[in-house]
Write a protein that binds this ligand. Sequence first.
Ligand code: XMP
Length: 222
Amino acid sequence: MIQRHTGLVLAFDVDWDVEKSIMFLNGISDLIDAVKIGWYQLLTIGPQGIKELTDSVNKYFLADFKLGDVAHINEYVVRKVYGLGINGLIMHAVAGRDNLATAINVARKLGVDVYLLISMSSGGELYDRNLDYNVSLGMSLGVSGFIVPATKPNVVRQVRSMVGSNYQLLSPGVGVQGGKPGCAIANGADFEIVGRSIINSESPRQAALNILNAIRNPISCS
Ligand code: XMP
């Protein structure tokens, strides 16, 4: 599980080299609880580059590969993710029980957390029609938590009321996509995931501090 200190997870979608990435992350590390990396960065710096990041930056790393293949491929990817020093992985609920179960078991044995994607910050209408089913699926498979979009406050509230306090809710879609900083947590999420509002800012530290301030003092969230 991600340890919560600030409530902020950085979506690190950049095409920078490893050196610049490490410098940036070490400069903001005290303000964030985890670093979310994804396809963009993997395809930019490669697996070796990702390993250098996880070796050099003392932070929880969450791989957002939105994994949703058949069972044995999911398991292969989980093992590779573990080998890169990554702590958690996002998987697509839509892959279904048979394709998720083994990989989630393997991940748990390796100490890699699985967060299940059950709604999307934009689109994702098929997910939203099957919210109850997907939340129950994740709970029965033993995931660590769920991805709930900041752009859909009703989904955040509904999932929190379904899962109680034993699962972590991570909320992307804050800032550029329209979710108000602080409101996903005010509605029941544990973490807000923010990328471009911080990365593209002229002062990323200040942008992160502004978001932390909104998390501590949320206003007009509905
Ligand atoms: P920005 O720059 O908009 O980046 O703050 C958002 C980050 O979050 C990811 N994202 C999602 N991931 N379900 C997910 O699992 C979602 O609904 C979702 N919406 C955005 C996106 O990949 C980016 O890294």
